[in-house]
Write a protein that binds this ligand. Structure first.
Ligand code: DX5
Ligand code: ZN
Length: 216
């Protein structure tokens, strides 16, 4: 069964606590938190204080997706704020610093994730696999919710599943962007373990049924 991680980018920020509890009531085990800095991506969202606030009100797994430039500068603060998974982008720093960043995340006792944008080939992840607890394949250009799913990213998942089975079988594969009831089966067939869903989750009338159908 896939793990469902609703993205609060599509939540009602005025009623964030209510929406987090709604995710739990729907049966979602994780919460996906999109952090954007207006530099790595052309949008600005939320940051460290919001992660810390969420930690106080939920025991769901906090899956924090950093879309920020040179994330190594903020690893300590996001870990202290209570992230369970901290995912950084391969394109956000030099190869040497990406390895240092993943190592630093794990040194704080937090699970380390590495994400790639649609234009980045899967094989670029391979040198880092032993440092990762999660690999995130973006199926939209990072920056905004509600975009169209890019089905042509599925071969990357298939390739990464095989690479992980050799280098790091415990590593989870995550998909983010345009995941809904129509596209989730493609992701699962390609080997995804964790599905992020923003707009489709928050639009669903019956969230419990949405989660159970998505995870099947
Ligand atoms: C996009 C974010 C996604 C986004 C997904 O940059 O990383 O997590 O919230 O939203 P949907 O599911 O609407 O594509
Ligand atoms: Zn995300």
């Amino acid at each position: 069964m896939a793990i469902i991680s609703p993205s609060i980018l599509s939540a009602d920020f005025v009623n964030l606590e209510r929406d987090i509890h709604m995710c739990k009531a729907a049966g979602a085990p994780w919460i996906h938190v999109d952090v954007m800095d207006g530099i790595f991506v052309p949008n600005i969202t939320i940051g460290i204080p919001v992660v810390a606030a969420l930690r106080k009100i939920t025991d769901l797994v906090l899956d924090v997706h950093l879309m920020i430039d040179r994330p190594i500068r903020y690893v300590e603060q996001f870990c202290a704020a209570g992230a369970d998974y901290l995912t950084v982008h391969l394109e956000s720093d030099t190869p040497e610093n990406i390895a240092k960043t993943l190592t630093a995340i794990r040194a704080h006792g937090v699970k380390a994730g590495l994400s790639i944008k649609p234009g980045t080939p899967a094989r670029q992840v391979e040198p880092y696999l032993s440092l990762c607890d999660l690999v995130l394949v973006m199926t939209v250009e990072p920056g905004f919710g509600g975009q169209r799913f890019m089905a042509d990213m599925m071969p990357k998942l298939v390739w990464l599943k095989e690479a992980c089975s050799l280098a790091n079988p415990a590593c989870l594969l995550q998909v983010d962007g345009g995941v809904d009831l129509d596209t989730a089966p493609l992701c699962k067939a390609a080997g995804a373990d964790v599905l992020v869903s923003g707009s489709a989750f928050f639009k669903a009338e019956d969230k419990q049924s949405f989660v159970s159908r998505l995870q099947k």
